[in-house]
Design a protein around this ligand. Structure first.
Ligand code: PLP
Length: 408
């Protein structure tokens, strides 16, 4: 039997002020169980995390007196080979304090047009940092073209132009099917940035998925970056928190930025304790086990690709139409389209107690994570087959069916 997760009785519906519509309340009554593949953010803290949180030694972290936060920040820095680390509330805040620490108002950031920082962070770069973004075309392997990066730098002596202040890469890169960017590529981008006197920041919300998929150490993957942000609250299963790492001077500025944003927390060791469990070496921690999520994603994509009605996600996730290519999956994201009405398909799937997420370009996203077992994957494959049978056949490239007009 698959290990279905039970939603708490109180979680009858998502907060209506959150844009994502979770659909009819069918599943959210007490006792109903789901296989929730919408995101790895739905992961629950482990028993070891809850115990560590309950027993955490704490202090006032704004005064630098929380020993558990200090340990977590040191552990993160050590793991990624940097001088210092900073615990913040979220991945968005991690990217924001990094931008504030690297970039002066009126400067410009070079980043991918489909990156989270550009698309999904409520324009914090403009609203808070005061920076414009020079958006480059993300490629299907998650990279930006090196020549285009080189050409994107502004002329610092021309007073008309915003001086370039930062280059940002996303690793793993979500919209390309969460593909990992390897160390030599990061080194090449860093070399260009540094030649222009500009730092490289890596948005590594799923940094450890990338490291595990590539078979390299986090330190090796972080080596060329001046700063890296990573999330505890995604595949690592912590309830909250992200970290930024870099040199001491950078972290000092990021700490000031965190305070400015109202992100200074007090006895945050309660949260940090879960992070220390997640970042432990070997089977006690949550990093090495990401390989299991990747294997589950591979099994899922191979089975989905064989189902008539499941097709290529298109976009940079898998350019072009035609069959879904299992080779595109390198980490824990499976993106695809269905030759069906997408909403109808997802509702039918939900009726089968499996949740997936609408994704841009008419895609559907299924994310494997700590809460998903091998038998959940098998149950999902059956549920997808049933949902395809239950929904009307339409072209996946039909703009309405595919959701191009839904602004997802
Ligand atoms: C690539 C990437 N960066 C940053 C974030 C932001 O993380 P958070 O939701 O914790 O703000 C996300 C969240 O999904 C992400 O996917």
């Amino acid at each position: 039997m698959p290990t279905l997760r039970t939603l708490p009785a109180g979680a009858r519906r998502a907060n209506p002020s959150v844009a994502a519509d979770l659909g009819p309340p069918l599943l959210y009554s007490a006792g109903m169980s789901v296989i929730d593949l919408r995101s790895d953010t739905v992961t629950m803290p482990t028993a070891a995390m809850r115990q560590a949180m309950a027993e955490a030694e704490v202090g006032d972290d704004v005064w630098g007196e929380d020993p558990t936060v200090n340990s977590l920040e040191e552990r993160a820095a050590e793991l990624l080979g940097k001088e210092a680390g900073l615990l913040v509330a979220s991945g968005t805040m991690a990217n924001l304090v990094a931008q504030m620490a690297h970039v002066a108002r009126g400067q410009e950031i070079i980043a991918g047009a489909e990156s989270h920082l550009v698309v999904d962070e409520a324009a914090g770069h403009a609203v808070v940092v005061g920076a414009s973004v020079r958006q480059l075309r993300d490629r299907p392997d998650g990279t930006l073209d090196l020549d285009e990066i080189e050409e994107a730098f502004r002329n610092p002596t021309d007073i008309h132009e915003p001086p370039t202040g930062l280059v940002v890469l996303e690793n793993a890169h979500s919209h390309s099917m969460n593909r990992p960017l390897p160390p030599p590529y990061l080194a090449a981008v860093a070399a260009i940035a540094h030649r222009h006197g500009v730092p490289l920041h890596v948005d590594g919300a799923r940094f450890f998925n990338a490291a595990v998929a590539l078979g390299v150490s986090p330190r090796e993957l972080a080596a060329s970056a001046d700063s890296v942000a990573f999330c505890l609250s995604k595949g690592l299963a912590c309830p909250v928190g992200s970290l930024v790492v870099g040199d001491r001077a950078f972290i000092g500025r990021a700490r000031r930025a965190r305070k400015l944003l109202g992100g200074g927390m007090r006895q945050a060791g309660v949260v940090a304790a879960a992070g220390l469990v997640a970042l432990a070496d070997g089977p006690d921690g949550m990093i090495d086990r990401l390989a299991e999520d990747h294997r589950n994603a591979k099994r899922l994509v191979e089975a989905l690709a064989a189902l008539p009605g499941v097709v290529s996600p298109g976009g940079i996730a898998q350019p072009g139409d035609g069959p879904l290519d299992p080779e595109r999956v390198r980490t824990n994201f499976v993106l695809f389209r269905v030759e069906r009405d997408r909403r109808g398909f997802l509702d039918a799937l939900r009726a089968g107690r499996v949740l997936m997420e609408e994704y841009p370009h008419g895609q559907i996203r299924a994310v494997t994570h700590h809460g998903i077992t091998g038998s959940d994957v098998e149950a999902t494959i059956s549920a997808v087959g049933a949902a395809l049978d239950a929904t009307t056949r339409r072209s996946a490239t039909d703009p309405v069916a595919a959701g191009h007009l839904q602004g997802v």
